[in-house]
Design a protein around this ligand. Structure first.
Ligand code: CP
Ligand code: NVA
Length: 323
């Protein structure tokens, strides 16, 4: 293991070119269908990747485990009831010990400081599999989904308009940072009191060109949107706020009618990182012809492969993949 590995804690850690490369690599892997001659087939052979998950996961776990196996490695899933962390052992001790025995760590935690601390003391690359503030693996998959949908490389997504209607959360923050880096325009509608915190706003503004409109009116956000996105109104860890949140977000459901009233592009498409609840998007939209949600979910696998390739196999060097 390298003495100072490169970590992926948020999309902020990537240059615009690196983000575009990861996104394009994800789709290149998807299109290659991983032939037996695939150069990465043994990319992680005889290597263990620790998956430390302190929260539930369907997509992130399945995609990351699958990615490690596709590359010939061994994924070691460590759920919160499996290891001593948080009950009997500190983050520092956990990080030093686990990183001394594996080639990479993929971790899902609560506060961002947990993933930052895990990375600080780890001798191997740490990849953020979601924390309360960021979800970089989701962002890579989301932009991969757009490059696939519009049959264009990530560098050419410039000028696209994404409307986010719902809660300002971890998925949104990394999406906004990524949008800035790729020159994609964002419009974000949240109820008042649920907007983007100032500190994150500054981080987004510093990330590159592209615009960010914030409003409390969903119709205003979706005006001219090519893509409408939402996520749960109650993220993991916010369960106690459920009643209050359901009330605050009423009127924020993504529907055909909202898109029509607000004047979204005629051929607008819908995205959602999942898991989905009916209150944030109607069945008609979620299961309809505009919906990209299932390819978006599958693209988590291809993005996980691209991320592990760059951060573990290539030790933090993000370069165009070989096919
Ligand atoms: N989108 C996503 O991260 O889903 P999981 O929580 O199921 O991993
Ligand atoms: N914002 C959600 C995303 C789940 C993938 C959460 O943090 O729970």
């Amino acid at each position: 293991s390298s003495p100072s590995p490169r970590h992926l804690l948020s999309i902020s850690n990537l240059s615009p070119t690196e983000l575009a490369t990861l996104v394009n690599n994800a789709i290149a892997h998807k299109n290659s269908k991983l032939p037996t001659t695939w150069p990465l087939r043994n990319g992680l052979s005889n290597k263990t990747i620790a998956l430390i998950f302190s929260k539930r996961s369907t997509r992130t776990r399945v995609s990351t485990e699958g990615a490690v196996v596709a590359m010939g490695g061994h994924p070691m899933f460590l759920g919160k009831d499996d290891i001593q962390l948080g009950v009997n052992e500190s983050l520092y001790d956990t990080s030093v010990v686990i990183s001394s025995m594996v080639s990479g760590i993929v971790a899902r935690v609560g506060p961002h400081s947990d993933i930052a601390n895990l990375a600080k003391d780890s001798s191997v690359p740490v990849i953020n599999a979601l924390c309360d503030t960021y979800h970089p693996m989701q962002t890579i998959a989301d932009f991969a989904t757009l490059t696939q949908t519009f049959s264009t490389p990530a560098e050419k997504l410039k000028g696209l308009k994404i409307a986010w209607v719902g809660d300002a959360n971890n998925v949104l923050f990394d999406m906004c940072i990524g949008a800035r880096k790729l020159g994609v325009d964002m419009a974000v509608a949240t109820p008042s009191g649920y907007g983007i915190p100032d500190k994150i706003k500054q981080e987004i503004d510093a990330a590159g060109p592209g615009t960010l409109l914030e409003t409390n009116t969903p119709e205003e956000a979706v005006k001219g949107a090519n893509i409408i996105v939402t996520d749960t109104w109650i993220s993991m860890g916010q369960e106690e706020e459920k009643a209050k949140r359901l009330q605050a977000f009423s009127g924020y459901q993504v529907t055909e009618d909202l898109a029509r009233r607000g004047g979204a592009a005629e051929d607008w498409r819908f995205m959602h990182c999942l898991p989905r609840h009916p209150e944030e998007v109607s069945d008609e939209v979620f299961y309809g012809k505009r919906s990209l949600v299932f390819p978006e979910a599958e693209n988590r696998l291809w993005s996980a492969i691209a991320t592990l390739e760059a951060f573990v196999v290539n030790k933090g060097e993000v370069k165009k993949t070989e096919q």
